[in-house]
Write a new protein. Sequence first.
Length: 239
Amino acid sequence: MAGHSKWHNIKHKKNAKDAQRGKLFMKLAKEIYVAAKEGGADLETNSALRLAVDKAKSNNMPNENIERAINKATGNLDGENYEELTYEGYGPGGVAVMVDVLTDNKNRTASEVRHAFNKNNGNLGENGCVSFMFHRKGYIVVERDQAGVDEEDFMLEAIEAGCEDIETSEDVFELFTEPEDFETVRNALKETYPLAAAEMTMVADSYTPMPEDHEDDMNQLIDMLEDLDDVQEVHHNIQ
């Protein structure tokens, strides 16, 4: 996992979405809706819902929006039926791209995602064409100025909690876990440190350098995809 900082991508998205808070809340509500529909409304027993609600609260989503999404999913309010899908393809320069969506209209979403790839010198591929390059991981970020401890001590504490891998930079500690260890590590660390991010994500096994002449197209592809209402996450293996 070395050589790639997911945190820079998250900061970019957070800054961009500050100006589009309504769209962000809609995406978070979909995530809560699906988690509640699949596992029920009890936060104690539904870890996926608990994580989705924590993510929504960390983005300052109002409680009434959270409750409305849960009520829709459990039949207390009328609502749409969303389906989880993943599209796979290649961006300019051969970058592997995975696009997670929640949609109530597969035809519309497929058309919009394909258009984004085609417009930016990419190619939408078949299922499985790039997913073998990624693995699901827990991902946690602690900002250095919030940690307030010696780097060695912090890393030892994270490893003892069950962290699998740690990347460090001037600004943050980026922690990766196996999916089954994510909640244990998150709960252990959040008792002491404010968490800048905590989510399940897809992490690439290897990374592709981005030639300068493809950078603009790749950035535009990511921006177009993330701007689509049905797109929840975009994963790639850019170094």
